[in-house]
Design a protein around this ligand. Structure first.
Ligand code: MTE
Ligand code: HPA
Ligand code: MOS
Length: 764
């Protein structure tokens, strides 16, 4: 029996590698299926005066051209709050905004039709930078401040002061499978949608809203995504709504699969950030007071920027403590695509603040940044163990992950070795950098911290598992199945893992915030536990023993107290339950207990617990070209008592490399008119297999199970290790001898820094 804690492979691992795993676009098309393509604006800001669709309509294969006037319900795809139009009407707010949809008998015909639509747009002045939007005071999330003590006074009273500004870029999700949805009309206005989505319930709501119907007429399913990374939390909804609109109009199934270019232009990315801060500190590098502004580029609409700003603010001090602090966060409104969830959801951007503070102050004090960071750790001497918003953090685990990463990486010896290398090599520079993280787990939006499951045991003893979580490659389905195995004491091969469906589990949260296994694991546990209780009663009667004495293990049900080895096969008992007319089906529900947040005071305990981790990375930089390689990374990551160490290891490696991409090679570039010009892999460089550190030691922290009541004492893992990639950026600073770098630290930026465009670290 391999339940919780077993290092099992991903349930679809073989199918992924052989190509047998079916993604939305692999499903056999129903007879009469039509294909849709979007007409996108190439103007960043303006008023749409006319849409000339005549040429498109006359093209072979084109069946319909649909715009805002064709929407039977609301032209509104917003996840929360203000209306966000599916099709611009008449205000155009970014280059790439959908204007209309062309439906045709083939995908090529639809794409050609879309290219033939002419939009008449009167241009308006676009706002394309965070600075300009700040000047104009235009926000999608108004500035909000988390404060404790008196930062201004503490800074004024400190022995030393510093002011700085820096920036971090956004990031394209670059999921392997792009956005796709297939909508099929049924009887009585029903619609069935297959979508690549992290949030089937929101797809359901948005489709119902756009079609002007009720949720019970819309069924959304998703077996798996070829990656989501946050990019399919809200953006999947409007793609599905467009397909559903076309299905409603034509009465035929419609597939909308975005081409990579359209996907990159029209869907949101990680928020770019601008940072401005002032700190007061002492000669030992202790930060005594800190005031900071974190300004995210929200893009043209709200989307989930409120949650991203919340997470950036609450993670701005990361694993450190500053007694007197004031952190203001906002998301400005610009004429760019609406930025959205991306692995870490503002947490990585928040953590960059304290790393910048630590590294600049360390340079000023002529101290190693690791020393300065450790002196400011939550729980360090003279420091508190509570975040500024009032939540307790486990300082002992912060100190422990750092001590272990330092030891694993052989830090002291390699420092010496690197110094010797750098002293002699004419052009190459090596550098060592580190990162320590404390990442809060739970959705910042409190009501999303809930999950449901539906478990059936059939009379042959086989089990069918459904829950509200979605599979995007992260291994959620196998982990939740392992939980159910554990409850019933059966092997994994008894459990059928099924597609997520709004018809089976309603009103779900997105699979996001790394909470998938925490929430759905408990919900499935609770469903299985209910059935197990009923089965135990039947077994107890049969054995003539107390219910408490019945034990489920090794695919059997045992009469533990009876002595000997009396048992029923699990399947036998299932059959018995059926004959005795006992229900073998149950829903299960879970809500995260004890979390709360007061928006007015910006205080509370919004996270069920924290995840901790530390990393050390070494880079080598070519000072002639600015290029670098990461040579080695050592990671210690806290996963509590891991539900599946094999899957968790994969998550840590993947998150780290994805974070490395964000910070070193992935650069989004918009031209002067606000048009994104990095629209494919030739101009947008994601990390490749050769960028994975050749020495990559990933270890799960041992013997530190979650202290909160998490499912089998496990901890979330999906997002926190993204922050560990900051160790690579820190190693680059070390190699080239600068305290700060704007990110991503592309070869160009590194070269500029080497040529002395920035401050240098004084070396004694
Ligand atoms: N891993 C893979 N392979 N593909 C993904 O799309 N998304 C990440 C992370 N790991 C992702 C991934 C993000 S953004 C989140 S929030 C979590 O997985 C969501 O899943 P979980 O809550 O089950 O960890
Ligand atoms: N993470 C991801 N998605 C979310 C969150 C979060 O914290 N809150 C609301 N949606
Ligand atoms: Mo992950 S950014 O919370 O989908």
């Amino acid at each position: 029996m391999k339940g919780a804690g077993a290092a099992l492979r991903h349930d679809s691992a073989l199918k992924h590698t052989t190509g047998e795993a079916r993604f939305a676009d692999d499903l056999a098309e129903a007879a009469g299926t039509l294909h849709a393509a979007l007409v996108l604006s190439d103007v960043a800001h303006g008023t749409l005066l006319s849409l000339d669709t005549e040429a498109a309509r006359a093209m072979p294969g084109v069946v319909a051209v649909l715009g805002p006037r064709d929407i039977p319900g609301a032209n509104d795809i917003a996840a929360i709050g203000q209306a966000e139009p599916l099709f611009a009407d008449p205000l155009v707010e970014f280059a790439g905004q959908p204007l209309a949809l062309v439906v045709a008998t083939t995908r090529d015909a639809a794409l050609l039709g879309a290219a033939a639509v002419r939009a008449g747009i009167t241009p308006l002045e676009p706002v394309l930078s965070i600075e300009r939007a700040l000047e104009l005071d235009q926000h999608v999330v108004a500035p909000q401040t988390m404060a404790r003590g008196d930062a201004a006074r503490a800074i004024a009273a400190a022995p030393r002061r510093m002011e700085a500004e820096f920036r971090a870029g956004g990031q394209e999700h670059f999921y392997l499978e792009g956005q796709v949805a297939i909508a099929s009309p049924g009887e009585d206005g029903e619609i069935a949608v297959v979508a690549s989505t992290q949030h089937p319930s929101e797809v359901q709501h948005v489709v119902a809203r756009v079609l002007g119907g009720a949720c019970n007429g819309v069924t959304v399913t998703c077996r798996r995504m070829g990656g989501g990374f946050g990019g399919k939390e809200s953006n999947a909804s409007w793609v599905a709504a467009a397909a559903a609109l076309a299905a409603r109009h034509t009465g035929r199934p419609v597939k909308l699969r975005l081409a990579r270019r359209a996907d990159m232009i029209a869907t949101g990315k990680r928020h770019p950030f601008l940072y401005r801060w002032t700190a007061g500190f002492d000669d030992q590098g202790r930060v005594l007071g800190l005031q900071a502004l974190l300004a995210a580029d929200g893009g043209w609409s709200l989307d989930m920027s409120g949650g991203v700003v919340f997470r950036a603010i609450t993670h701005a001090l990361n694993c450190c403590d500053v007694a007197d602090v004031s952190v203001t966060g906002c998301a400005v409104k610009t004429n760019t695509v609406s930025h959205t969830a991306f692995r870490g959801f503002g947490g990585p951007q928040g953590a960059l603040l304290m790393e910048d503070v630590v590294h600049r102050i360390a340079a000023a004090c002529r101290l190693p940044p690791e020393e300065v960071r450790a002196r400011n750790f939550l729980g360090a001497a003279g420091k508190g163990e509570e975040t500024p918003y009032g939540q307790k953090v486990e300082g002992d685990l912060i100190a422990r992950v750092w001590a272990e990463a330092k030891r694993d990486s052989d830090w002291d010896r390699r420092r010496g070795e690197i110094a010797a290398f750098n002293a002699t090599h004419p052009t190459l520079r090596r550098g060592l950098g580190s990162m320590v993280l404390a990442f809060g787990i739970s959705f910042g939006v409190m009501h999303l911290n809930q999950a449901g499951a539906l478990v059936h045991v059939y009379s042959d003893g086989s089990i069918r598992l459904a829950h509200g979580g979605t599979e995007m490659g992260q291994g959620l389905f196998v982990k939740v199945a392992q939980v159910v195995c554990d409850v019933f004491g059966v092997d994994l091969d008894r459990i059928a893992i099924t597609a997520t469906s709004t018809a089976e589990v309603p009103n779900t949260a997105p699979t996001a915030a790394s909470t998938g296994s925490d929430l759905n694991g408990w919900a499935a546990h609770n469903a299985a536990q209910t059935i197990k209780g009923r089965m135990a009663e039947v077994a107890a009667r049969r054995f003539g023993i107390a219910v408490e004495a019945v034990v489920f293990a090794d695919n059997r049900v045992w009469a533990e107290q009876a002595g000997g080895n009396r048992f029923l096969e699990f399947a036998e008992l299932a059959k018995l339950c059926f004959l005795e007319r006992v229900s073998l089906s149950s829903t299960g529900f879970y809500r995260t207990p004890d979390i709360h947040w007061d928006r007015a005071t910006m205080r509370g305990e919004p996270f069920f617990y924290f995840s901790y981790g530390a990393a050390v990375s070494e880079v080598i930089v070519d000072t002639l070209t600015g290029e670098h390689r990461c040579l080695r990374t050592d990671i210690v990551q806290d996963c509590g008592r891991s539900l599946n160490p094999a899957v968790d290891r994969g998550q840590i490696e993947g998150a780290f490399v994805q974070g490395m991409g964000w910070l070193t090679c992935e650069e989004l570039w918009w031209d002067g008119q606000g048009r994104l010009r990095t629209v494919g892999p030739s101009t947008y460089k994601i990390p490749g297999s050769r960028d994975v550190p050749p020495i990559f030691n990933v270890r799960l922290l041992e013997g530190a199970p979650a202290r909160s009541e998490t499912i089998f004492r496990s901890k979330a893992v999906g997002e926190p290790p993204v922050l560990l990639a900051i160790s690579v950026a820190n190693a680059l600073k070390d190699a080239i001898g600068v305290p700060a770098l704007d990110l991503p630290a592309t070869p160009e930026r590194v070269l500029m820094a080497l040529r002395g465009d920035g401050e240098k670290i004084a070396r004694d």
